[in-house]
Ligand binder design. Structure first.
Ligand SMILES: [Mn+2]
Length: 226
């Protein structure tokens, strides 16, 4: 059994412990929290999405704190809500916890159902208009990774790709296979990512908004043809 980062640094000097990247601890933490999670549709380990977002954050100039948030951004939304956030605050500090909060579109915890897709996403987009720019950068990279994955999925599965996303479940319909509306899933997904792309382009100077817009254009073009 390989020791965790924390176990390895426990015996090291204080300087070494400080030098040990907080990023590695964030990765360790996220890997544990998401240990049983998979990407919808592909079944890939969820960690692959977090690593993808972290790589994009790095590529678009994010610092270590933003890289950590990239790794942690889905922990509270997917596992434990406020309780998880409190743990993140204790472990990584208030700044990180607040950024993770801003990137969560729901903090109900696992036992309470999340609000309907539309309500959640509208509130999330509204919140993204006023988050600090450094938080928005991570959010934009999260969306960029999601849009690119979804586009690949559509290339593979056609319109059926939307079946595994809650966007395809009409308001008021229980989360089930029969209730799925693929065209609704497509239209909502394109609307959501397009709205975020516009917001990012308005608020962040540099190529990230452009990359996101191009990715949404690819998604919309492909989605309209299947
Ligand atoms: Mn995400």
């Amino acid at each position: 059994m390989i020791a965790t980062v924390d176990q390895r640094v426990a015996g090291a000097s204080t300087a070494e412990q400080t030098a040990t990247s907080r990023l590695a601890r964030a990765l360790d933490y996220a890997a544990w929290v998401h240990r049983d999670d998979q990407r919808r549709a592909t079944g890939a380990p969820y960690l692959s999405h977090l690593l993808g977002v972290c790589a994009l954050v790095t590529e678009f100039g994010g610092d270590e704190e933003q890289q950590m948030v990239a790794l942690l951004h889905d922990t509270a939304e997917d596992h434990g809500g406020e309780k998880q956030l409190a743990e993140i605050e204790a472990e990584f500090g208030t700044a990180i916890a607040e950024m993770v909060r801003a990137l969560s579109d729901s903090l109900t915890g696992e036992d309470i159902p999340k609000a309907a897709w539309e309500e959640r996403k509208r509130a999330h987009v509204a919140a993204l208009r006023s988050v600090p720019e450094r938080t928005l950068l991570v959010a934009a990279c999260d969306k960029l990774d999601n849009v690119r994955s979804l586009t690949e999925l559509i290339r593979r599965d056609g319109a059926k790709a939307f079946a595994s996303f809650t966007a395809a479940i009409p308001s008021g319909v229980a989360d089930s296979e029969e209730g799925v509306d693929l065209a609704l899933g497509r239209d909502r997904s394109v609307w959501y990512y397009r709205t975020v792309a516009e917001l990012v382009t308005e608020r962040i100077a540099g190529p990230l908004g452009e990359r996101l817009t191009e990715a949404v254009d690819d998604l919309a073009g492909l989605a309209a043809s299947v």
